[in-house]
Write a protein that binds this ligand. Sequence first.
Ligand SMILES: Cc1cc2nc3c(=O)[nH]c(=O)nc-3n(C[C@H](O)[C@H](O)[C@H](O)COP(=O)(O)OP(=O)(O)OC[C@H]3O[C@@H](n4cnc5c(N)ncnc54)[C@H](O)[C@@H]3O)c2cc1C
Length: 394
Amino acid sequence: MTYDIIIIGAGPAGLAFARHFKDTDLQIAIIEKAPLDGIAHPAYDGREIALTHLSREIMLNLGAWQRIPDDEIYKLADAKVYNGDFSYALHFKVPKDLRLMSSIDRLGNLISNHNIRQAFYDEVKELANVKILTEQNVQDIKTDDKQATITLANGEKLTASLLIGADSRLSFVRKKLGIGAQMNDFGRTVIVFRVSHPLSNEATARECFLYGRTLALLPLHDHLTNCVITLDNTQTDTLLNMSGDELALEVQRMMGDQLGKLTLAGTVHHYPLMGVHANTFVSARSALIGDSAVGMHPVTAHGFNLGLMGANTLAKLVLDAHQQGQDIASAALLQKYNVRHQAHTRPLYHGTNLMVNLFTDDKKSMQALRDLTLRVSNHLPPVKRWISGQLTGK
Ligand SMILES: Cc1cc2nc3c(=O)[nH]c(=O)nc-3n(C[C@H](O)[C@H](O)[C@H](O)COP(=O)(O)OP(=O)(O)OC[C@H]3O[C@@H](n4cnc5c(N)ncnc54)[C@H](O)[C@@H]3O)c2cc1C
């Protein structure tokens, strides 16, 4: 079978990329290893994705935002960062210039990951030029100047002008293309779950760098909050073995009763913490997008925002070339994508890792340095404006 584009991975990044080609004559195949049911009806996975205003615009253009029920788009008004305890916060609000000039009333929005995946799947499943092949294992990938060829486990060969790797952090595509990556195993696990509570969370996200553990509180409804605990792998089992009541009490204690008595509201999920940045996002006739290009530590909430941005950058270049009757996967086009997207990802990837190191090193001198950083930053408007700009995507 011959296609114009083959995308490996039907996660949100792969589906978002495919959706850009609605109303075109480009023929696209998405190859997914998971069964159809998990893609067509994604289950709640504990992740609440903080989306910038730029991501909202991209999702609106792709018809995905409109598919999310209004009461499942949660307002993220402000963000506060704490060090050690809750006595002092570095406070981020919507910058005045954005509030006045762009009528922006919030830093961003939170949407559950399964709702994002569902919205993109529902958009893509209706496209006549996109075929989703599930429960497929890719055995081999070969690319040359003319085409990319993939071989499936059943021996079938598919060729395309452009191959896209959208198959997550431990990307098989990246490996087969011979693209190296900088990988950072933080030796930590992130545990996520929702709690309900009697006091309002005031639509404020709280990032608390407690000693030994990090607790992020993401506001959903007024009395419903997503808890994100990151901790050393040696402590993970203790928390995961707790009953719902014990876990809720543990978080209540960690946050100093800020929201009153907590009750676990749903299932508990956990993920290993690993950051990945591919050395290049392109090779002959091929490109990486989403987490296979850059998988971020979730503390700065950039992973999927970068995934959407990268898919948007590459898709626009491909669409332009196609409209002008040019090669959709020329080396020059792919290199343009690589340079443009890396300009966004590299500073954020390294900046986030630096911040993680600063905020998770519990030596006394580092605790003092963190405290100083929060206090000084609070009085440096340009620094706060820059960070708020990253949070809003403006
Ligand atoms: C706890 C947590 C919180 C997060 N919070 C945020 C946030 O606030 N903001 C934000 O922007 N991001 C956040 N992220 C990151 C975000 O979830 C990811 O960036 C995003 O889900 C990546 O999408 P993706 O499509 O690249 O990869 P995935 O969602 O991993 O999808 C990859 C797909 O490829 C398929 N696949 C894998 N290998 C193969 C193969 N060999 N062949 C065929 N198919 C294959 C998989 O089955 C899957 O369907 C968070 C992540 C975590 C863990």
